[in-house]
Write a protein that binds this ligand. Structure first.
Ligand code: FAD
Ligand code: NAP
Length: 538
């Protein structure tokens, strides 16, 4: 164990909370700087998202060549992805390999949930408490707790009355679930549902999908990784990665966007969409520059996807229910699927549109809507996450004057660059609200944050500085900018988890930064180069 003991408490330079993609790299970077760090992870394994989300069909929706660490050429050279979109087990194996390869495990404490982090103004240190009753002291505290790590508690009435088994996709049993011969209800049609429904339907006797809002999904066109793609990446990796970092969403596009969708003649536009559709995955979002800015431009892409759904789904009434009409394409994160719409052509799958027959309650026997009861053997809740603030608000984080972060954020999260919070010195957030985070290839977003934070901690060490804290003025300016940028897009037109709209009672604030990864990175770099403008360093 690194660190030193001060009185009763072990002390470290840094405590890191979470051992997912973010926490692992954070530990590695700090060690390279000779900084002592301890990682606390609530789960029994490293891997974060890729440990917890083991529902059938779970896999990445950004191509594997692009959804991985970029900091180590040796790691690149020794790791080979098997599929264009790696499945969950492979991603978990990759993160375990990283933990072993860089000998990280000795500083990671598993099965340990951080319950509180309290800042002491006199010593300028954080006291961190765990659910095991352990207390450690650290100069800096890095929350690598994940944007999508807290499964939403069921807000479906009667959920606890069901007599059969039920599971949340984000907390799936480690031993798996055998649906053979079972009738199953799936509630939700977001990414987790879109990935799991085809797999469950292939096994179960019958699946009834309860849809509150139809989803836009594009085919992944998954398959074994093409050796030509691997060779191309091996030869051009550094350039391709820089290209990825120079795009708004942090991944390399099929090709640059073709100007405004509204300027293109309809036939040319359809051909453009078709090319992106055939490429698969999230490519369509980048077909034109204004799809996420102009509702009119967006409507052309939305209609293109609806036509695709109508072509695939044989029953026209089911197709119409599956075709999203209430919000712009991309304003909720689009899904990437393997035969999602095709699954509704199966005899053992039916769709219940909760817009037509609102869900009343779960009963001991199944799910009851206004139109009647659907008896089932098992229920899958694919109802999403308390995103972005959920994990942070579940820790009793107290800054200056004993103020709780949860109270400070009662009206919605406020940060400087998604990295720092005024009133909470020496606390860093990885992919916090106000940063591109979930609107970006998160592998790219995480590396940039980890490097910025470790550089900042290193810089503080060189100056023997005691504390760094965002000023409230800088934070106000940043929050205003984040909101202004969001308002200029189609994103606020959907009731999405980006806005907190999925969790009853959560403040409706657009949480991620939609100004694009390059502009954001430039701003962060400029802040660092200026000696942390917008921060008080003491
Ligand atoms: P996480 O992986 O969420 O890890 C956070 C860790 O912190 C967890 O292990 C958690 O147990 C731990 N933790 C939280 N609170 C505490 C506490 N109080 N004490 C101790 N430990 C705590 N992003 C993409 O870019 N592309 C994708 O294709 C993609 N697919 C996804 C699929 C699913 C099913 C989900 C849920 C998310 C997906 N994401 C994707 C987002 C994904 O979360 C990130 O890509 C990335 O894995 C986040 O890594 P992280 O380390 O920041 O957070
Ligand atoms: P989600 O996108 O929030 O979807 C939750 C679904 O459940 C929505 O259809 C929602 O309907 C529905 N729902 C929630 N509460 C409900 C209720 N009380 N009654 C009926 N329906 C309810 O959650 P998710 O699918 O877990 O995905 C979350 C994010 O994780 C994704 O957007 C993505 O960023 C990431 N993810 C990625 C992948 C991948 O492909 N790699 C896979 C899974 C997750 P409404 O839309 O009406 O709220």
């Amino acid at each position: 164990m690194t660190g030193t003991r001060m009185g009763a408490a072990q002390t470290y330079d840094v405590v890191i909370v979470g051992a997912g993609f973010s926490g692992l790299y954070m530990l590695h970077r700090l060690r390279q700087l000779g900084i002592t760090a301890r990682v606390f992870e609530a789960g029994p394994s490293v891997g974060g998202t890729w440990y917890w989300n083991r529902y059938p069909g779970a896999r990445v929706d950004v191509e594997s060549q692009q959804y991985c660490y970029t900091f180590s050429p040796e790691l690149d050279a020794e790791w080979a992805w098997s599929e264009r979109y790696a499945p969950r087990d492979e991603l978990l194996a990759y993160l375990n390999h990283v933990a072993d390869r860089f000998a990280l495990r000795s500083d990671i404490q598993l099965d340990t949930r951080v319950t509180a982090a309290v800042y002491d103004e006199a010593s300028r240190r954080w006291t961190v408490t765990t659910d095991g009753g352990e207390t450690v002291v650290a100069h800096f505290c890095v929350m690598a707790t994940g944007c999508l790590s807290v499964p939403k508690e069921s807000d479906v009435p009667g959920a606890d009355t069901f007599s059969g088994p039920s599971w949340h996709t984000g907390a799936w049993p480690e031993e798996g679930v055998d649906f053979t011969g079972k009738t199953v209800a799936v509630i939700g049609t977001g990414s987790s549902a879109v990935q799991s429904i085809p797999q469950i339907a292939a096994q179960a006797r019958h699946v009834t999908v309860f849809q509150r809002t139809a989803t836009f999904s594009a085919p992944a066109r998954n398959g074994p990784v093409d050796p030509a793609v691997v060779a191309d990446w091996a030869a051009n990796r550094a350039r391709y990665r820089e290209e990825a970092r120079s795009t708004g969403f942090g991944f390399r596009a099929v090709k640059p966007p073709s100007g405004s969708a509204l300027d293109a003649p309809p036939e040319e536009r359809t051909a453009e969409y078709e090319e992106h559709w055939q490429h698969g995955g999230l490519a369509l979002l980048g077909a034109y520059t204004d799809l996420l800015l102009s509702p009119q431009a967006n409507a052309t892409a939305a209609e293109f996807v609806r036509q695709k759904i109508r072509q695939v789904v044989k029953d026209p009434r089911v197709a119409e229910k599956l075709a999203p009409k209430s919000y712009p394409f991309g304003a909720k994160r689009p899904c990437v699927d393997i035969a999602y719409y095709e699954t509704f052509n199966r005899d053992n799958v039916s769709l219940v549109d909760l817009g037509d027959e609102p869900l009343e309650t779960v009963t001991p026997a199944g799910v009851k809507t206004q139109a009647g009861e659907y008896p089932v053997d098992a229920i899958v809740y694919a109802i999403g996450f308390d995103a972005m603030t959920g994990a942070l608000n579940r820790i009793d984080i107290r800054g200056r004057g004993g103020v709780a972060l949860k109270d400070r954020w009662a009206e919605g999260p406020r940060t400087y660059l998604g990295l720092l919070v005024s009133g909470f010195p020496n606390l860093f957030l990885v992919t916090g609200p106000g940063s591109p985070s979930v609107l970006c290839n998160m592998a790219v977003a995480i590396e940039q944050h980890v490097e910025w934070i470790s550089d900042c901690i290193g810089w503080m060490g060189e100056r023997q500085a005691g504390s760094i804290e965002a000023t409230s003025a800088a934070q106000d300016d940043w929050v205003e900018h984040v909101n202004a940028v969001a308002q200029a897009t189609v994103y606020p037109l959907a009731n999405s988890w980006y806005l907190g709209a999925n969790v009853p009672g959560k403040p409706r604030v657009f949480m991620p930064y939609i100004g694009g990864f390059p502009a954001y990175r430039d701003k962060c770099n400029a802040v660092a180069a200026s000696g942390y403008e917008g921060c008080e360093v003491a």
